[in-house]
Write a protein that binds this ligand. Structure first.
Ligand code: ADP
Ligand code: ADP
Length: 217
């Protein structure tokens, strides 16, 4: 199965992707996680991406398309969920062209819908494990011990770009450049699953699993 998860920053894409990929044995391909790993490793791509990520803007399309097509090829035949990509119509077109060439197609687009008012609280309360990538929230999804990863990795951290100023830029970027991606898939008559993501995490997961079940998965 090949899925795309769409939604604004803080919609719960990473959280839900983890649950979907565990249930169905798929690869989780998060453009944000891959970019953060490139930065941590000090690669050329990581250095190029840094200023865009710190300000809440988008990394240039050509860099992202190459990076994600490479990740898709690596995932091989087991299927995947794309998280955070495509984020512009140009990226969606680049993905389509590569899939067509490989004779593949996306099975469904899962669109997580959350109003802007719910986002700031989710982002500023987000805490992540720099080692294993697990994501928590100081109120909505607390770790067992405050500030520590449940998997014994050590201290959790707050992403630098989850500050209120950068979150507000990221939301602006989302409305200006990313919201149009859903319209692109609607025009292409892709199978779109719209999910109310403004409800507790378990209920969002349930709604996604029910919808995927209807696809015969
Ligand atoms: P995204 O990948 O879309 O940016 P995340 O999955 O990282 O979003 O979630 C952002 C933050 O909001 C995290 O701290 C997460 O624990 C929390 N969160 C995710 N889904 C929900 C939800 N349905 N209700 C409340 N908080 C949520
Ligand atoms: P979130 O999980 O909150 O939606 P991400 O971790 O996906 O945030 O992305 C963090 C940052 O990485 C973005 O603000 C952007 O600068 C960059 N980024 C991630 N994915 C893409 C993409 N597909 N295109 C351009 N920039 C991206």
């Amino acid at each position: 199965m090949k899925l795309i998860l769409l939604g604004p920053p803080g919609a719960g894409k990473g959280t839900q992707c983890k649950r979907i990929t565990e249930k169905y044995g798929l690869a989780h391909l998060s453009s944000g996680d891959i970019l953060r790993a490139e930065r941590a490793a000090g690669t050329e791509l990581g250095r190029k991406a840094q200023s865009y990520m710190d300000s809440g803007g988008l990394v240039p399309d050509d860099l992202i398309i190459d990076m994600m097509i490479g990740a898709i090829k690596k995932a091989g035949a087991k299927g995947y969920v794309l998280d955070g990509f495509p984020r512009t119509v140009v990226q969606a077109e680049g993905l389509d062209a590569a899939l067509k060439k490989a004779g593949e197609r996306i099975d469904a687009i899962v669109s997580l819908e959350v109003p802007d008012e719910a986002i700031l609280d989710r982002m500023t309360g987000r805490r992540s494990c720099p080692k294993c990538g697990a994501v928590y929230h100081i109120v909505n999804l607390k770790p067992k011990v405050d500030g520590q990863c449940d998997k014994g990795c050590g201290p959790l951290m707050q992403r630098k770009d989850d500050s209120p100023e950068v979150v507000s830029n990221r939301l602006k970027t989302y409305h200006e450049q990313t919201a149009a991606v859903l319209g692109y898939y609607q025009r292409n008559r892709s199978r779109i699953i719209q999910i109310n993501a403004d409800q507790p995490i378990d209920e969002v997961s349930q709604a996604i699993f029910t919808a995927l079940g209807r696809l015969g998965r």
